[in-house]
Ligand binder design. Structure first.
Ligand code: GLU
Length: 428
């Protein structure tokens, strides 16, 4: 079933901005800086399609519950649709569309041959047993089977899903297709065609971009203080790498709150979400801190790596960090973005900073097509060089056009997408 997505594009930022509103606002802002046909921009405001499916699940107690699932495919001018599957109670069609737009830009900034997609199920995965999650995933894979495929649309993990979810998805798809097709999803366990280094890739790219941003702003990493909101795969890996590279990570948090130590936390001793769910607050530290207060700490680098919309017009004036590196997708609303920009805070956007995830997904897809696995070292080296090349492209635009890091990343992405659309033309 095709979903109707609201076509509003309000000028004033509402109290609660949806991912779609933020994505469209950012597109409109970036469009003012690029020489791309307005018809192309208009096409990019709309997804190609949004599929809604009902996903019935037999619960462990024998009762049947029906969940709603979505897959939004935004644009595929540069290659197959690509993006995660999210299991979260707040998933909506509009949110999937906004997130799918970010995937289109993210793949283009990284110069990957993919377009953008995002999907998910409206469900709280904490309410499901492992067996229920498996049945739900297998049935969802079946319901969207016609939409996905290694050269069509390639899902990956996102909030509430992980390598195990991808393994079930890949198995369900392969069983129905009658052959093993590892390239239908990325983020799988390495034993069935997943890539080494995929799990830590988004956090690694956040750390690389934070390191380059510090260097650009003449801040020695060994003098830098860092606060990280969210200690899942993105936040924990970013915090630990920056800690290893000499930064002082003074605060980390999970959904229940955070730990704060001005002399620096031992980030390896704090369990990440996958090591011990919601285990941060059980650790010893001189101080605890709320998630709201963590964002406002006087640190050099702030990494919001939990959920979207945490830096808003309400708290943007109180953000004291000089550099914000977006680990989560969409942590800064567009109203907050303008305030931070006016205040001279450098905001390194999600579509660049956390793009290590989809970049290693691309490596995984190549490995699946070639049926040949890369070593962890090769993945880390190639990721490093892809991130530095994207960093250079975006930095060059910051300097040439005198725009924010976000606008620069959008300019790089939009020019690539715009040129591809103009070269291919509008069919028929
Ligand atoms: N869900 C991740 C993201 O938001 C990864 C997507 C992918 O690897 O396809 O970037």
């Amino acid at each position: 079933m095709a979903m109707q997505v609201t076509d509003d594009d309000p000028v004033e930022e509402p109290a609660h901005e949806s991912a779609l509103e933020t994505a469209r606002r950012q597109l409109r802002e970036a469009a003012t800086h690029v020489d791309v046909d307005p018809g192309v921009i208009e096409r990019l405001r709309h997804p190609t399609r949004v599929v809604e499916v009902s996903v019935p699940l037999k619960r462990d107690d024998g009762t049947v519950e029906v969940f709603t699932g979505y897959r939004a495919q935004h644009d595929d001018v540069r290659g197959p649709y690509k993006g995660g599957l999210r299991y979260h109670p707040d998933v909506t069609a509009e949110e999937c569309v906004g997130l799918s737009m970010w995937m289109t830009w993210k793949c283009a900034v990284m110069d990957l041959p993919f377009g953008g997609a995002k999907g998910g199920i409206v469900v709280n995965p904490k309410d499901l047993s492992t067996e229920e999650k498996e049945r739900l995933t297998r049935r969802f894979a079946e319901e969207i089977r016609d939409e996905v495929g290694p050269s069509q649309d390639i899902p990956a993990p996102d909030m509430g899903t992980d390598a195990k979810t991808m393994a079930w998805f890949m198995d369900a798809y392969s069983m129905q297709q009658g052959e093993t097709i590892p390239g239908v999803v990325t983020g799988k366990p390495p034993i069935i065609g997943g890539s080494y280094g995929r799990e830590e890739a988004p956090g690694r790219s956040v750390a690389i971009i934070a390191r380059e941003a510090m260097r650009y702003h003449d801040l020695d990493i060994s003098d830098a203080t860092v606060a990280v909101q969210g200690f899942g795969s993105v936040g924990a890996n970013a915090a630990r790498l920056l800690d290893d590279w000499g930064a002082t990570v003074v605060a980390v948090s999970d959904v229940n709150g955070g730990l704060y130590d001005t002399t620096g936390l031992d980030t390896h001793a704090v369990p990440s979400h996958s090591e011990e769910a919601e285990g941060v607050m059980a650790q010893d530290a001189p101080n605890t801190i709320t998630n709201e207060a963590l964002l406002e700490l006087d640190v050099d680098v702030l990494i919001p790596a939990a959920v979207g919309n945490v830096i808003t017009r309400d708290n943007a004036d109180r953000i004291q960090a000089d550099i914000v590196v977006e680990g989560a997708n969409g942590p800064t609303t567009s109203g907050a973005d303008s305030i931070l920009d006016e205040r001279g805070v450098a905001v390194l956007p999600d579509i660049l900073a956390n793009a290590g995830g989809v970049t290693v997904s691309y490596f995984e897809w190549l490995q699946d097509i070639n049926r040949r696995q890369w070593s962890e070292e090769r993945v880390a080296n190639e990721l490093e060089s892809e991130m530095l090349s994207a960093w250079d492209d975006v930095r060059a635009e910051v300097e040439a056009a005198d725009v924010s890091w976000r606008d620069a990343a959008y300019i790089v992405a939009l020019e690539r997408i715009g040129k591809a659309k103009e070269a291919r033309g509008l069919w028929p």
